[in-house]
Design a binder for this molecule. Structure first.
Ligand code: PLP
Length: 350
């Protein structure tokens, strides 16, 4: 806290004093700023980094910090109104119009009022984030041999193995793809499984981000009610029959927003119902690692009890680490794995 506020104070003072230097002019050395403001070298370097991010200062390693030169004034505003016509004509041929609407998701990112600790978003309070451990681990990762070479498209073998072990059952590293966060993995899964215009069964209520993904993909989300034991199997079977859907998105562990855990007797039933419908279950296992230490053993992921490849599993590290850390995994078995891999390669190829 102390550190953060002294950085902010120093930024404010330096910003005010920048006019004293000509554009391109050199600012006092870090040493001089440390002495003058009686702050640590870390505070000075963070303050300069902040001013650099604002475009006010340019830092050159070994040479110092300089007042940034003004950018050429913005080009005259063009007329972008043609885009309204183009973008609204865009969906004319779609069976289900694709609508990309971030409002339902963004509302959960609003800063809480002062003094309020939020529980709804599932993000750790900063005091609980393993910040030091994460910083050290990332620094080590950046120095690993080969860290800056060409990565394998499916992700690092060790990481795939780690996720496979975490899922358990017979899941192997070869059935795991490393992805950039749960949201992106869910997007890939739906693209692989449901052609535009088709229905996708979702729990009701569900996580707004899921609805946003489905709608952005031109899919029709169909709600299937959840009770305290998770999704209701009889209604799931009805929904498959009524819609012909080929995908059901399920959060068996600590469902968002109800917190329900899929009851043991429903787990097999859900898989059997999906299998009978020739459908996939996308298992959104988003919060497995955010559990209290004394919570006791957790039910295994559905993917651990799924020899027939019904489940496409999504696991993510976001909630237990930080929303800045986009590491997640997709696990699947059978021909669908090839399709997921192809989408992953096309989307993330370098
Ligand atoms: C149920 C659920 N699934 C997926 C996600 C997105 O996962 P990630 O934060 O790893 O992108 C969230 C985020 O809040 C979520 O609540």
């Amino acid at each position: 806290m102390q550190e953060r506020s002294s950085v902010a104070d120093l930024v404010t003072v330096l910003r005010r004093e920048l006019d004293r230097y000509s554009p391109g002019g050199k600012l006092p050395s870090s040493r001089a700023l440390v002495d003058r403001f009686r702050v640590s070298p870390v505070t000075v370097s963070r303050a300069l980094a902040q001013l650099a991010a604002e475009g006010l200062v340019v830092t050159r390693p070994g040479a110092g910090a300089f007042r940034a030169r003004p950018r050429p004034s913005a080009a005259p505003a063009g007329d972008t109104s043609w885009q309204e016509v183009t973008l609204s004509a865009d969906g004319a041929a779609d069976l289900v119009p694709r609508s990309v609407d971030a409002s339902g998701v963004l509302v959960s990112l609003d800063a809480p009022p002062p003094g309020v600790v939020e529980f709804n978003g599932g993000y750790l309070h900063p005091s609980l984030q393993p910040e030091r451990a994460m910083a050290a681990a990332l620094a080590r990762a950046g120095r690993r041999p080969g860290a800056w070479g060409r990565p394998p498209m499916e992700g690092l073998p060790e990481l795939r193995e780690w996720f496979a072990r975490g899922i358990g059952g017979a899941v192997t590293a070869a059935e795991v793809l490393i992805t950039a966060g749960g949201q992106s993995a869910l997007t890939t899964a739906l693209r692989a499984l449901a052609p535009p215009g088709t229905p996708v069964l979702v729990e009701s209520p569900t996580y707004p981000g899921m609805l946003a993904i489905a709608r952005a993909a031109g899919l029709r989300p169909v709600p299937v009610p959840v009770d305290a034991d998770g999704v209701r199997p009889a209604l799931l079977a009805d929904a498959f029959r009524a819609t012909g859907a080929r995908v059901f998105v399920c959060q068996p562990l600590f469902q968002n927003p109800t917190g329900a855990v899929l009851a043991p007797e429903r787990r097999g039933e859900v898989l059997r119902i999906a299998r009978a419908a020739g459908a996939f279950v996308v298992e959104d296992d988003f919060v497995r690692r955010l559990v209290h230490e004394d919570a006791g053993p957790l039910p295994a992921p559905l993917a651990a009890d799924d020899p027939d490849g019904v489940v496409v599993h999504v696991g993510s590290l976001t909630k237990a680490t930080s929303p800045s850390f986009r590491v997640s995994a997709l696990a699947a078995r059978g021909p669908v794995l090839e399709r997921l891999r192809a989408i992953q390669v096309v989307d993330t190829f370098f």
